[in-house]
Design a protein around this ligand. Structure first.
Ligand code: TYD
Length: 660
């Protein structure tokens, strides 16, 4: 895919120019913050503000002028506009180190960003001219790669510049050039290169036909919230993203002083910056694959919480090597929540609203970032430097570390809240989810969206499942609820045939794997033709035995691996899991005593049935939210009452049979 879009020569050239100039831009960002700090000298508060200022001037133009620039940009010849704006950025960045004072650092950055606002829409409008429609998607992908993939590279180069700074300025005869200065020069020249490339790109048509314009930030903020609507998922997601950006903003704004507080220099700053981006990139590319089994809604909140905790950890440690490692992990989990967040937004939000919701979030993110970048140095400076003596070790914590600690706490809390808000399968505990994800169970956590209610009865032989499932059915029917009572094996005509093969003693020995597959075949057809269709109609489906029978009998009983059997069942059922599984538990000898002429399985030795019973309690123990274990020796009516008590809230939650 990627290769194919890059094999279009004009796009390829544009893309290379974009990569080079965004590499330069990252380098320039690192250099500007470093320069801001150098200019502040030894003043801690001043350094914090100076650095925050760099980020603020980079964001302000987009907030204030974004939509306007878009409209204006459409009136010019695109190619000329891009060339001119690139030349302007070249001279602005070149001038920053030459002038070398605060005023010009901010003014030039502000101007360069303003110019960028005109350049971006021209570039956006150009891409569809160079690339056929069906390749736009991959064109976007490679552009993202150019925009963000160059960040770690820039960080590495910046670190190297810092390390070899003295040697370099010796060779080049630049007397007191710092790494920051050199980086700014490089940045300037990347824009010159881009200007040249675009100048030679004759394929770019002069005028745009596009009439789509961004709405203003305030507009999209005010209308956006309405579109977020009632969905608690989208709200959870947005709260989560704000939390993530509060944390990210604090880290971005304070990283420079934080590194300085660790007594580490420019090179360390570059490495730290690079490790965040490497972590992010790893999280974005590997995370979704590694966690494919895991519910997305849960990944989002959970990974945000983990990232927040690592930020707390980062603020507490005082060792550079550890800090780099922690930043890498921090970036990894942030990357995961970032992709899952955006993927989910795409999935949860209706097609027509998607654009507006995305615009709303983009605006929200910018505003949040500016606020955080402006506020966090204030907090950091107000806190100042503090020294503590712990066990004869003197620890110095500075405002930056404290502020990062707060940000970490906020991110952790927000992650936990959005996790709660988005819990998609309230019945299934988080640990059970993690466990099955780690086991690689197929589809362990596929979201179960069905209006119906699915209840399974499980237990050993003669435990009274059939009696209790009938009683539950009668109770529900009396309440006027549509109920289907079914069983395994044999809930379908095909299943009847399988049942007689499986249970008849005449069948003789069946190999354990074959037996497991026959039960799975019965179940697959059962789900397909009876259970799922009835759930989709909003009915209550009660089944006498389901997947757990296979896990207990074929897994633990026959000594296959329980995990393997569970996996086959998940595949067979398309991961359809009961909302509630009721286990009627009793010692096997009691139940077996009730049976006179046992079938093929009932005739198994007593320790087979012991293993079955043990497996049931393991399953229930792993996921208490989703299981109700009852002592089968209790009175029938007592059992019936306990079952009803547990089922009632599940019905209410689904609005089945209102007014129970
Ligand atoms: P059944 O006569 O329905 O027994 P019960 O009344 O105890 O439910 O027979 C089902 C038998 O099949 C039972 O011995 C358990 C066994 N079984 C499995 O071994 N694996 C399975 O997946 C299922 C559904 C049942």
């Amino acid at each position: 895919m990627r290769d194919s879009v890059l094999s279009i020569p004009p796009f390829n050239r544009l893309w290379r120019a974009l990569s080079v100039s965004s590499f330069g831009d990252w380098l320039g960002l690192l250099a500007s913050t470093a320069l801001a700090q150098q200019l502040a000298g030894d003043d801690y508060a001043k350094a914090n503000f100076a650095i925050a200022g760099v980020f603020i001037v980079r964001l302000i133009p987009a907030v204030l002028l974004g939509p306007l620039a878009g409209v204006l940009a459409d009136r010019f010849d695109r190619r000329k506009l891009m060339v001119v704006t690139d030349l302007m950025r070249f001279s602005l960045y070149l001038s920053i180190p030459i002038v070398g004072n605060y005023f010009w650092l901010y003014t030039a950055t502000l101007l360069a960003e303003t110019v960028t606002l005109f350049w971006s829409p021209a570039k956006e409008a150009t891409v569809p001219n160079l690339v056929p429609r069906n390749k736009l998607e991959s064109a976007n992908q490679v552009q993202l790669l150019a925009a963000y993939g160059t960040a770690p590279l820039a960080a590495i180069v910046f670190s190297l510049l810092a390390l070899f700074n003295s040697a370099l300025s010796g060779i080049l005869n630049w007397e007191d050039s710092t790494a920051a200065d050199i980086a700014l020069y490089i940045n300037a020249f990347t824009f010159l290169y881009a200007a040249y490339v675009v100048y030679t790109l004759r394929e770019i048509p002069s005028r745009s036909a596009s009439s789509e314009h961004e709405s203003s930030i305030l507009q999209s903020l005010s209308t956006g919230w309405r579109f977020v609507g009632e969905s608690s998922i989208v709200r959870g997601l947005i709260i989560g993203m704000i939390g993530a950006f509060i944390a990210a903003g604090a880290v971005i704004g304070l990283a420079r002083t934080f590194v300085d507080d660790l007594k580490a220099g420019e090179a360390a700053y570059g490495i730290l910056f690079g490790s965040v981006f490497t972590g992010l990139a790893l999280g974005i590319t590997l995370g979704p694959k590694a966690l494919a089994q895991f519910s997305r809604r849960r990944i989002f909140g959970a990974s945000l919480t983990v990232a927040g905790s690592f930020l707390i950890l980062l603020s507490l440690i005082q060792n550079l090597v550890l800090a780099i490692l922690i930043t890498l992990i921090l970036g990894f989990f942030s990357g995961i929540s970032w992709v899952t967040g955006f993927t989910m937004l795409g999935l949860e939000v209706d097609d027509q609203l998607r654009g507006r919701i995305f615009a709303f979030i983009q605006s929200l993110i910018r505003v949040v970032l500016i606020l955080v970048l402006a506020i966090s140095p204030l907090v950091a400076a107000a806190i100042g430097r503090h020294t503590y003596d712990v066990f004869e070790v003197t620890l110095t914590y500075n405002g930056a570390a404290f502020t990062m600690l707060f940000a970490g706490i906020i991110a952790t809390a927000v992650g936990a809240i959005s996790y709660k808000k988005m819990k998609d399968r309230p019945g299934i505990s988080f640990l059970a989810d993690v466990r099955s994800a780690l086991r690689g169970d197929l589809g362990a956590s596929v979201n179960m969206v069905t209006p119906g209610l699915f209840i399974a009865f499980e237990g050993g032989e003669g435990s009274g499942k059939s009696t209790q499932s009938k009683l539950l059915q009668e109770w529900l029917e009396n309440e006027g609820i549509q109920v289907v009572l079914t069983r395994e094996p044999g809930g379908t005509p095909l299943g009847q045939g399988l049942r007689s093969i499986l249970l008849s003693k005449e069948t003789g020995h069946i190999s354990p794997r074959a037996e497991a597959l026959l039960y799975a075949a019965d179940r697959a057809h059962h789900v397909y033709s009876v259970i799922q269709p009835n759930l989709d109609r909003g009915h209550v489906v009660i089944t006498d035995r389901y997947s757990d029978s296979s896990i207990a009998y074929q897994g633990a009983g026959r000594i296959l691996s329980s995990e393997e059997v569970a996996r086959i069942s998940r595949w067979a059922t398309n991961a359809l899991t009961p909302h509630l599984t009721i286990i009627l538990d009793q010692a096997p000898d009691i139940g077996l005593a009730r049976i006179e002429d046992g079938d093929r399985l009932e005739s198994e030795a007593i320790d087979f049935h012991e293993r079955v019973r043990d497996e049931y309690s393991i399953l229930a123990g792993a996921d208490p939210d989703r299981y109700l274990v009852l002592d089968a020796t209790l009175d029938v009516n007592e059992l019936e009452a306990r079952v009803q008590e547990r089922v009632k809230p599940l019905l209410e939650a689904r609005n089945i049979g209102r007014g129970l």
